[in-house]
Design a protein around this ligand. Structure first.
Ligand code: SF4
Length: 233
């Protein structure tokens, strides 16, 4: 007989499936990847550029970039200084240019110019970690292989009591993969990113307005702390 998951996991799974997911899906029916792309290469490039940068800034830069660089080998051929200048406003541009050029060369040489569609092949590319690979697999290839864990997913999943890990993205992902249904792994990140931006903000979450309040262990604590602060004033 297959081993029964621990009680804690079963409780989290029920809360996610019965309450949290349906509420989030209803609240953010249009949740989707905010990076602009028309093919897997473009999404891979945009995701590499999105490290420590806003989606809006990346979309602004890629609008021009994607017209000039259409194939992986285009990134392999360009001079470092030229590419650095073009992506400068996304920050960390030297490292990002190095990753893009290395990624372009590896895809051109080892994959005949086609973006590979497996976690192992993607993470073997220069500058591509598990998070980037999950973004590409989930949004360009429509494969739910893992869960994208960014700063919003980390914060909101912790507040909702769905992980035991505060910062380790790999462990948070493992916890979430146990409690979120696999067909919703990609959507889960979009939903939490939307919720993290709109309501469950880092400094001051709007718990009183939050549709998840009755299913969130952190919400009542935030509200009590706010009331205490207000009484002191
Ligand atoms: S109740 Fe508060 S802490 Fe919990 S998810 Fe909503 S905004 Fe975040």
């Amino acid at each position: 007989m297959p081993k029964q998951p621990p009680k804690k996991v079963l409780e989290r799974r029920t809360r996610v499936e019965k309450h949290i997911l349906p509420i989030l899906k209803q609240t953010y029916p249009d949740a989707h990847c905010r990076l602009d792309f028309t093919n897997p290469l473009e999404l891979l490039v945009a995701t590499i550029l999105s490290a420590q940068c806003t989606d809006d800034r990346v979309n602004f830069v890629t609008k021009t970039l994607f017209k000039k660089y259409r194939k992986a080998e285009d990134y392999a051929r360009v001079k470092a200084e030229e590419l650095e200048k073009e992506i400068q406003s996304t920050g960390f541009f030297r490292n990002k240019a190095k990753s893009l050029r290395g990624m372009g060369a590896a895809i051109a040489e080892e994959h005949r110019g086609k973006i590979p569609a497996t976690m192992d092949e993607l993470t073997a590319l220069p500058g591509v970690g598990r998070k980037t690979a999950n973004v590409v697999l989930g949004n360009a290839f429509h494969q739910n292989i893992g869960v994208v864990v960014d700063t919003h997913v980390t914060r909101v999943s912790n507040r909702l009591g769905l992980t035991d890990h505060a910062v380790d993205a790999v462990k948070i992902e493992q916890d979430l993969m146990q409690v979120v249904p696999q067909e919703d792994w990609t959507l889960w990140s979009h939903l939490l990113i939307h919720h993290g931006r709109a309501i469950c903000q880092a400094r001051k979450p709007k718990c009183e307005q939050c549709p998840l309040l009755v299913h969130c262990p952190a919400g009542p604590k935030f509200i009590a702390a706010e009331k205490k602060k207000a009484r002191k004033k």
